[in-house]
Design a protein. Structure first.
Length: 116
């Protein structure tokens, strides 16, 4: 079964930190570029960050640059998104995704709420 599973979302105060995890079954994540996306209520899904497969190069949206860090631990078959200095505008459901054979695979998402 091909599946991505996100976890780590929570309610956090502004300025706080969270670490999201993206784990997989049926995929060997080191073989794929993995993207983190988010969707806030009433808004379109947007890309947050991506990590490449062959050199682990990373890309970040301007809105999270300097605050979020994407990384992977191959032995755990997991990709992480470390989120620091969280802002209310970071509130969203966060998803990880990969593409295989022209098909986009998504997890079910994990909710992040940044509020005092």
């Amino acid at each position: 079964q091909l599946q991505l599973v996100e976890s780590g979302g929570d309610l956090v105060q502004p300025g706080g930190s969270l670490r999201l995890s993206c784990s997989a079954s049926g995929f060997t994540l080191p073989n794929y570029a993995i993207g983190w996306f988010r969707q806030a209520p009433g808004k379109e899904r947007e890309g947050v960050s991506c990590i490449n497969s062959h050199d682990n190069s990373t890309v970040y949206a301007d809105s999270v640059k300097g605050r979020f860090t994407i990384s992977r631990v191959n032995a755990q078959n997991t990709v992480y998104l470390q989120m620091n200095a969280l802002k209310p505008e970071d509130t969203a459901v966060y998803y990880c995704s990969l593409q295989q054979g022209g098909v986009d695979y998504w997890g079910q998402g994990t909710q992040v709420i940044v509020s005092s």
